[in-house]
Design a protein around this ligand. Structure first.
Ligand code: WT7
Length: 692
């Protein structure tokens, strides 16, 4: 950290607000093969002048305090929230070295609060009652709704009262399987209000996955809806829940109540299968309950939610987050990473079924009293201009999305974007995977008209909130770099032996000390928690990601370390090679995996999706390889290019490399479970093209 601070100090002479830089133009003109890390994109003077953190100097001052005086730093921030009883000790002072004992993280010890109260009642008391909390945009054009903070509170209270009435108590789990209806954040806030632990399962998971999660946390109730329309398709969610509950019953797990919201825009009651005694229509019961509901005050360390995520083994991990630290952390990261102002209209395209939707659709924005967009549909329905249509309709100022969406829209062509004004936009955000510099530039230049800083936020389900992220207005950006740590976060890069490496380097990304949003355990398996995250490098939290730090101290995430390829002793991040491929004008998307190689140890195998309409050719293959040689070096040249009309992705857009590795190594009988793919058909297409 000292080293980092020294380094940041030396950067103080970087002029902020120096306007756009010339390299960027060179890049747009196609000279994109210059070394990425020398590209600096400066925030405009106008932006920096109004920013919460307007300069590297200001960042440094705040960062320094957060590290040197964490108690003062976090106490000041936490004091902006309502605590029924103030904490005794704000900062985590527990042991974080697994070789010295168990890991038992605690923040704001002794504090008593409620996050739902802080999202709603507190903001309403401060005068935001009539402010729009949610603009809901339906799947179909022209179908929408709004909720003010006061209306949202009333709906939350009605559901909270209903849940209490059916016997849901503090500490009980509630499984939620809902699409992006307003009822999803309403449900989360209602659970939190009564101290129940929500476990939202993304409504794209199969019945089996749902059953696995229900079996693990044994909820008092399941909350779902009949069906949802996503683009032109109707998905019968209740049928999936029924199948999931049947599966659970086989394991002796029964759920007493399945509360079902009637989403009339998809299907109606009559066509919904029903189990009398268990199933209850939301609209029949919830509106009958009082619109006020007393808050259940909870300990700062009482559980807030469970969210299952995949690990390296088959069984999903139940990541457990608690109340106080998570509240303070999501609110603060939201505010600074997006330079949030009360007049903003914020849209995060993530689904509440993922951590991004928890921290940055529901909790972070609402703790700040923000106006939020909840979108039921998909970005390419009715056509690929839908996002920008929504941006113009609601005058969205902050737009937060994933690189996979950026790349797919980039592929569809600029006309879909430029057709809309997008004048309201002022900050863009990216999350989920490293964003390729070429996608970054398209996002910056085309979507943001070269005006909006991009917050490339690096974090994980486990971290609760952003750990490494640009603060817009503070720093010159480098396309593809997540830049610098958030306040209070001490990222370190270690070698295989767990020794910290300083300066310009690459290695395993770990975090020293704790931050308030950290998860506290894996539900029911604290041993796996310690083994996975704390034992690999004792003394640190291990992220599972590779990272390099350049000469200017910027952090470059290189992907999961399980995706790192070692070619002739050179460590190559799959993301690096992909980024080089995608920078080729005819490449839309690429996924790279390692395959066994007789001489080099591992060879580089690249799956490449071309821009619409571009034919496969030997010549193109060569020029793609050349792009990688030029951008990274000859050692990184792919050994093979495999044409890919599509890539196997999960419904959340993550490429399933496990499947690609098997195809690359022709272990076609070992593909494993492909049922969680958004489109399992791409696997056959890939196999058919294997030897072309
Ligand atoms: C993994 C965590 C955190 C919300 C969504 C994903 C990768 C995430 C970035 C980024 C590079 C990123 C990492 C991380 N990742 N954001 N901005 N740059 N990589 O949550 O499913 O828990 O996945 O996503 O590899 O470990 P998740």
């Amino acid at each position: 950290t000292k080293n980092f601070l020294r380094h940041v100090e030396s950067l103080n002479n970087i002029p902020s607000g120096a306007g756009k830089i010339s390299q960027l133009n060179a890049v747009i003109l196609g000279e994109a093969l210059a070394s990425e890390e020398n590209d600096l994109v400066f925030p405009s003077k106008d932006f920096s002048n109004q920013a919460l953190v307007p300069s590297p100097q200001k960042y440094l001052e705040m960062y320094k305090r957060s590290i040197e005086d964490p108690s003062g730093f976090w106490s000041d921030i936490a004091s902006e929230f309502y605590w029924k009883k103030k904490w005794d000790e704000p900062v985590c002072s527990e042991n974080l070295d697994v070789s010295k004992g168990n890991i038992d993280i605690k923040w704001f010890k002794g504090g008593i609060t409620n996050i739902s109260y802080n999202c709603l009642d507190r903001n309403i008391e401060a005068g935001l009652g009539d402010k729009i909390a949610i603009y809901w945009e339906g799947n179909e054009l022209g179908v929408d709704a709004t909720l003010t903070y006061s209306q949202l509170l009333q709906q939350v209270c009605q559901l909270a009262n209903y849940l209490k009435d059916i016997g849901v108590k503090k500490g009980d789990a509630v499984v939620v399987y809902l699409p992006m209806l307003m009822e999803l954040p309403i449900t989360m806030l209602a659970c939190a209000r009564i101290g129940a632990v929500h476990s939202v399962v993304f409504a794209g998971f199969s019945a089996e996955s749902l059953a696995q999660r229900i079996t693990d946390c044994k909820p008092k109730a399941v909350i779902t809806c009949n069906a949802v329309k996503r683009g032109p398709k109707v998905l019968d969610l209740k049928e999936i829940v029924d199948a999931g509950l049947t599966e659970c019953a086989k394991n002796g797990i029964s759920v007493d109540v399945c509360l079902t919201y009637e989403n009339k825009s998809a299907t109606d009651r009559e066509s919904t299968k029903w189990q009398e005694g268990r199933d209850v229509w939301w609209q029949d019961v919830v509106p009958k309950y009082p619109t006020t509901c007393e808050v259940e005050w909870v300990d700062a360390e009482d559980p807030l939610f469970l969210l299952y995520t995949s690990g390296s083994t088959g069984k999903p991990k139940g990541v457990l987050h608690t109340t106080g630290g998570y509240m303070v952390y999501t609110a603060t990261t939201f505010k600074y990473a997006f330079d949030y102002k009360p007049s903003d209209v914020y849209w995060c395209t993530a689904d509440c079924g993922w951590i991004t939707g928890h921290s940055y659709v529901t909790y972070g924005p609402m703790l700040n009293g923000a106006t939020n967009i909840v979108f039921e549909g998909v970005p390419n329905y009715p056509d690929s201009g839908r996002c920008w249509d929504i941006v113009d309709k609601y005058k969205v100022t902050i737009f937060y999305t994933a690189p996979t969406l950026v790349r797919s829209l980039m592929r569809d062509g600029n006309e879909y974007v430029t057709r809309y004004s997008r004048k309201s936009l002022r900050v863009l955000g990216s999350v989920g995977e490293p964003i390729n510099p070429s996608a970054w530039r398209w996002f910056f230049n085309v979507v943001g008209d070269s005006r909006c800083p991009i917050s490339d936020t690096w974090w994980q389900t486990e971290t609760g909130g952003f750990l490494i992220t640009p603060l817009p207005g503070a720093w010159p950006q480098k396309p593809g770099s997540a830049t610098f740590p958030f306040f209070g976060v001490q990222p370190v890069i270690v070698d295989e032996k767990g020794v910290e490496i300083e300066g310009e380097c690459s290695g395993y990304l770990c975090v020293k000390a704790s931050w308030p949003g950290a998860f506290r355990t894996l539900y029911g398996d604290h041993e796996r928690y310690e083994t996975t995250y704390f034992k690999p490098f004792p003394g640190y939290y291990f992220s599972g990601d590779g990272c390099s730090r350049d000469k200017d101290g910027y952090h470059w995430l290189t992907g999961r370390v399980d995706d790192v390829i070692n070619v002739s002793g050179h460590r190559i991040g799959t993301a690096e090679v992909e980024s080089a491929l995608v920078s080729h004008p005819q490449c839309a998307e690429a996924a790279v995996v390692g395959v066994e190689h007789e001489v080099k140890g591992q060879g580089i195998y690249a799956f490449v999706t071309l821009v619409e309409g571009v034919p496969y050719s030997e010549e193109l293959r060569k020029s793609l390889i050349l792009a990688v040689r030029k951008q990274i070096g000859a050692f990184a040249a792919p050994d093979r290019i495999h044409w890919a009309p599509g890539l196997p992705k999960t419904r959340s857009g993550k490429i399933m490399r496990r499947i690609l590795r098997k195809i690359a190594s022709r272990q076609l009988d070992e593909l494993g479970d492909i049922s969680t793919l958004a489109d399992p058909g791409v696997v056959d297409q890939l196999i058919a093209l294997a030897d072309t």
